[in-house]
Design a protein around this ligand. Structure first.
Ligand SMILES: Cc1cc2nc3c(=O)[nH]c(=O)nc-3n(C[C@H](O)[C@H](O)[C@H](O)COP(=O)(O)O)c2cc1C
Length: 200
């Protein structure tokens, strides 16, 4: 059972890090997974999971393919939302803001740390484009392995880091009888955060 009160820091990042650290030990499956919602330029939302790679003063970083559905959405409409749900902890964090592409050097650096098979996979996948059958993908992988030996795979230019810069972050945790606690942090024009408790 959650305790009834929580100490809220002035800015949301320290609380995010605290909960994220607790999720690393308390949530057995993919504690770094988050739902990412983007929308088409005419406002139709799509949601899918991605993995959080970094959370710092700039925002929440994940990696993906610029030519994917999400990449094309974000190029036209940078507004997006994230949602973490740590079932075992009965906690949720929802984030809204605008997404920017991370510096190329950061994407290069992280790509270099990925296992060889995943590096090749990033080249082979035309993410979100139609694929006739799996054999085509496997053949592409074989060809790419001939082209790029292990340790010498450059980052595909379309494989990028994205940073969602938060404008609003809501922390939610479960209480008995559905009388949950919710706290909303909103960023003002002065860069400072205001905190508001919300009805469950
Ligand atoms: C737990 C989990 C983590 C995932 N992490 C990523 C990720 O970090 N980046 C990514 O591009 N796709 C990731 N995927 C796959 C995406 O959910 C999605 O299928 C893919 O990015 C294509 O999305 P789109 O067509 O909407 O652009 C993940 C899927 C799951 C279930």
């Amino acid at each position: 059972m959650e305790k009834e009160t929580i100490e809220l820091p002035e800015a949301p990042l320290p609380l995010f890090h605290k909960w994220f650290a607790e999720a690393q030990t308390g949530e057995p499956n993919d504690p770094d997974a988050m739902a990412l919602a983007t929308a088409t330029p005419d406002g139709r939302p799509i949601v899918r999971m991605v993995l959080l790679k970094q959370a710092d003063e700039r925002g929440f970083k994940f990696h993906s393919n610029e030519q994917s559905f999400k990449g094309r959405h974000l190029a036209a409409n940078p507004h997006a939302a994230l949602c973490f749900h740590w079932k075992s902890l009965r906690r949720q964090i929802c984030v809204q803001g605008k997404v920017e592409i991370a510096p190329e050097a950061e994407a290069d650096e992280y790509f270099a740390t990925r296992p060889y098979e995943r590096q090749i996979g990033a080249w082979a996948s035309d993410q979100s484009r139609p694929l006739e059958n799996r054999q085509i993908l496997e053949k592409k992988i074989d060809t790419l392995k001939g082209q790029y030996p292990e340790g010498k795979v450059p980052r595909p230019p379309q494989w990028v880091g994205y940073i969602l810069k938060p404008e609003r972050i809501e922390f939610w945790w479960s209480h008995r009888d559905r009388l949950h606690d919710r706290f909303e942090y909103k960023k003002g024009a002065d860069g400072l955060w205001t905190i508001q408790r919300l009805y469950p």
